[in-house]
Ligand binder design. Structure first.
Ligand SMILES: Cc1ncc(COP(=O)(O)O)c(C=O)c1O
Length: 360
């Protein structure tokens, strides 16, 4: 067996310990005589899996009691519609557009009401997070929407926007559980788990209870109504059982690592190795304004497309894979999620140094 250093933006690297445990339990989970993939989502065994997962997540994020945790399907993209369908009582919402995912969410919301773009960083190819301290928040906005970590462009909010009392909704897909969060500052926090937490096909939404009502837009399907899933503790229909099981294991792994404070420290240390090198390199250049840099996704370029392609190819041959930038922006991107060990980032920087020398 040989494992590579996988810098994929998602689906992405998972803790080896978790994968090994899942492999060991594949044929017989905990004496049940079957795989988690084969068992009823109504069984006692699975009930314990989902309940333990939720309890551990609550513990990690210190989720207050008046927030529900929902395990949903449909990808993060489905939330682009579910959020307006469930929250747009006045049919008005404000969006801060800091990248393609925020833009897609904003565009989707336009199907349901007036979605105002109240700030954007598109003028500089989404390379920064705009100042959100005094935005023109609409008086009748049902919520303010952000994408907290922009996977493609490698930016992250360092302070949350001043929503002037409006509900904040945040897509945390690519920074979920990478550091502590103050859940009380949000109405909804949600993320596709396939970046930092688990396998694709599962979205975790943490929603303040008073936002979960029957008062949704006319025509909202049962499956797209938060209340359906909240009332059934995420078991209205068959959930992504195996995904929940793996996420549960990742939550345990995170607790073993010391929780989210410890992860933040580790992630800062890891990202610094790469950013410090980018700041000193004559060949490679980070594309994000330093104040907005993400700890999870680090885009960089040489400024020469052919050299970029050569780098990606040679890195892959050296066991450093999935470094190609998003198809819409080019260059390179190293995603260095929780499960990427510091040794992986050090190996990448060593390789970049060697490449720089050879291609000076
Ligand atoms: C920040 C962010 N939001 C949303 C999405 C869309 O996720 P999904 O493919 O689960 O719909 C992605 C996917 O890469 C993402 O990075």
């Amino acid at each position: 067996m040989s494992r590579v250093y996988n810098f994929s933006a998602g689906p992405a690297v998972l803790p080896e310990e978790v994968l090994k445990e899942a492999a060991e339990e594949m044929l017989d989970y905990n004496g049940s005589g079957m795989s988690v993939m084969e068992m009823s989502h109504r069984s006692k065994v699975f009930d314990e899996i989902i309940q333990t997962a939720e309890a551990d997540l609550r513990d990690l994020l210190k989720i207050p009691d008046n927030y529900k945790v929902l395990f949903l399907q449909g990808g993060a993209s489905q939330q682009f519609a579910m959020i307006p369908m469930n929250l747009m009582k006045n049919r008005v919402a404000d969006y801060i557009v800091t990248g393609q995912w925020a833009k897609k969410a904003w565009q989707e919301a336009q199907k349901y009401g007036t979605a105002n773009k109240i700030a954007s960083s598109e003028d500089k190819t989404f390379s920064y997070i705009p100042d959100c301290s005094d935005l023109p928040i609409s008086p009748d906005a049902d919520y303010v929407y952000i994408c907290e970590n922009n996977t493609i462009y490698g930016t992250k909010y360092k302070t949350l926007p001043n929503t002037k009392g409006k509900i904040l909704v945040s897509d945390v897909s690519s920074c979920f559980l990478s550091e502590p969060m103050d859940i009380e500052k949000y109405g909804i926090v949600y993320g596709g788990v396939q970046k930092n937490v688990g396998p694709a096909g599962l979205v975790i939404a943490i929603i303040r209870e008073d936002l979960i009502t029957e008062d949704v837009l006319p025509g909202t399907p049962t499956m797209l109504t938060y209340k359906t899933h909240a009332d059934a503790n995420s078991l209205y229909n068959t959930p992504n059982c195996y995904g929940i099981y793996i996420c549960g294991k990742v939550f345990k792994w995170l607790k073993k690592q010391g929780g989210l404070e410890a992860m933040k420290e580790r992630n800062e240390k890891k990202a610094k190795v790469l950013y410090d090198y980018l700041d000193s390199s004559k060949l490679f250049k980070g594309t994000v304004e330093p104040a907005s840099r993400s700890l999870m996704n680090v885009p960089f370029v040489t400024g020469d497309k052919e050299l970029d392609a050569k780098f990606v190819k040679e890195a892959e041959a050296a066991g450093l894979v999935n470094l190609k930038g998003h198809r819409t922006v080019g260059g390179m991107r190293a995603s260095i999620y929780n499960a990427m060990p510091i040794e992986g980032v050090e190996a990448l920087v060593e390789f970049m140094k060697k490449f720089e020398k050879e291609n000076a």
